[in-house]
Design a protein around this ligand. Structure first.
Ligand code: 4AD
Length: 451
């Protein structure tokens, strides 16, 4: 029977019979009646309730303080007040749960750091409510993008024995007691197991059967990076396409970002980010939707950086990884547009990337965006059996443990490519929010696993 406030506020006409429920944002009393601003989290807007003294439940009005939960019956009438079309004339009101004086979300603004310390309550604030509604809609949009293009959604495993990125940044999963922690063969799976860093390797097996697939799930990295764009647990969208090369991969990545920027522009919650986080947000996203993205090889990008005259904190030279400051210079200052850097030196990239004809570079690509840097990492995969086995050697990978992966190259191998989009980095990009900890419900970062 309860109507969500978002539907109430969108009504074209009033009604004599309405039931709503929510949490009190503010209350003002006069002798004869009280005004309550109620929010139920379905949208940014509050519904104003006018409660006359004497209606059933009014005797509990003093308990209806900020943060308390209440349900209301009554009618919806045009509001004489400025800035709102409707208000609710209560015929009865009920206090469901009081919120004592120590309720931490009082009317004054709170810092993001303080709100992180109450991550169980912060979705009740305007900004975080908007963030998590938008997160939900962007997740849905990602599924739509791929489903409309005939990609099959595959649920790749969370527990795995392989290290896709080869960086050794994996959280171990074990049931061994402390005194037996080294005895891998006695562990639950009879060998070492970890939380996945990427669904890619398993995704490849499905692309090499179903053509185009994507996986979208949580991934885990035990990297000790205390930055505003790294989390130990984050969500990744990973498409994988058979019969596809690096150019096709970059096309798909760019289309996805453009599609999601357009979705964000149409989002009903975008205005709050524009108002409080980034005044240029709408203009910036419009630019992403309308203007072509840039592409540049790693070799040329390094030349540009070397000639930039900038005093970077980290060195720039062929063979070194691009750091966030370099990525941001390219996309923010030089191109002023999302930019894909491709063909990186093989030494700084994982074993699965396809070796180029020059024997020096691999078909890697990173899509960089202003304000963040790398948002997507991907590549064409090495589909040649012998070359892959060589790569195993160079990267000290046990070919037996990855025999199933090599089999894809032994039986009906095909060129294929894919990428991973960090979902939280995408959310930072489309909202302007600066810290990854503020776009994921319960952030996991070094030293932090509360809630
Ligand atoms: O570049 P990465 O490491 O690529 C892979 O994992 C590939 N296996 C993906 C693939 O080809 N299927 O990570 C991909 C993206 C990055 O561009 C970044 O957006 C995000 O994942 N990412 C992180 N996001 C938050 N916290 C971290 N610690 C992240 N590490 C990577």
């Amino acid at each position: 029977m309860r109507t969500l406030i978002k539907h109430v506020l969108a009504r074209k006409e009033g009604t004599d019979s309405l039931e709503i429920a929510g949490w009190v944002r503010t209350r003002r009393d006069s002798k004869a009646f009280s005004f309550i601003e109620l929010n139920d989290g379905s949208c940014l807007g509050n519904l104003q309730i006018v409660a006359d003294a004497g209606i059933p439940g009014y005797e509990e009005i003093h308990g209806m303080t900020t943060g308390a939960s209440v349900s209301v019956s009554g009618k919806l009438i045009p509001s004489p007040a400025q800035g709102q079309d409707w208000e609710m004339q209560a015929s009865s009101i009920k206090l469901l749960g009081a919120a004592p004086e120590d309720y931490p979300l009082q009317k004054k603004g709170h810092s993001p750091e303080f709100l992180r310390s109450i991550a169980h309550l912060r979705p009740r604030t305007n900004l975080f409510g908007a963030t998590f509604r938008l997160r939900s809609r962007m997740s849905h949009a990602i599924h739509r993008f791929f489903q409309e293009r005939d990609f099959v959604h595959v649920h790749t495993p969370i527990i795995t024995a392989s290290d896709c990125e080869g960086a050794g940044e994996m959280f171990r999963v074990t049931t061994l007691p402390d005194d037996k922690i080294a005895k891998d063969t006695e562990d639950f799976f009879g060998k070492r197991a970890y939380l996945t860093v990427s669904g890619q390797l398993e995704g490849e097996t499905f692309a090499c059967a179903l053509s185009n697939i994507y996986t979208f799930g949580p991934t885990f990295r035990a990297e000790n990076s205390n930055t505003s764009r790294h989390a130990a647990e984050f969500w990744m969208v990973e498409p994988e396409m058979a019969f596809c090369d690096l150019a096709g991969d970059m096309d798909c990545a760019e289309q996805l970002i453009r599609f999601l920027a357009a979705e964000a522009l149409a989002d009903p919650d975008l205005s709050i980010f524009e108002k409080f986080v980034d005044k240029t947000l709408r203009e910036r996203l419009q630019h992403v939707v309308e203007k072509p993205f840039q592409r540049i090889s790693y070799t040329d990008a390094v030349k540009l950086l070397e000639g930039s005259g900038k005093n970077f904190q980290y060195p720039v030279a062929y063979g070194l990884n691009l750091q966030s400051e370099h990525e941001r210079w390219l996309t923010e200052e030089y191109f002023k547009q999302p930019t894909t850097v491709f063909n990186y030196p093989k030494e700084i990239k994982p074993f699965y990337m396809r070796l180029n004809e020059d024997g020096k570079t691999v078909t890697a690509m990173d899509l960089l965006v202003p304000g963040i840097g790398e948002i997507i990492g991907g590549s064409q995969r090495e589909e040649r059996y012998d070359v892959l086995l060589e790569n195993f050697k160079h990267h000290h990978i046990d070919p037996e443990a990855y025999g199933w992966y090599a089999d894809l190259r032994k039986y009906g191998t095909v060129p294929h490519a894919g990428f991973g989009l960090g979902f939280e980095r995408l959310l930072m990009f489309v909202t302007g929010v600066h810290n990854i900890r503020d776009v994921i419900p319960f952030p996991r970062t070094p030293g932090h696993c509360e809630f």
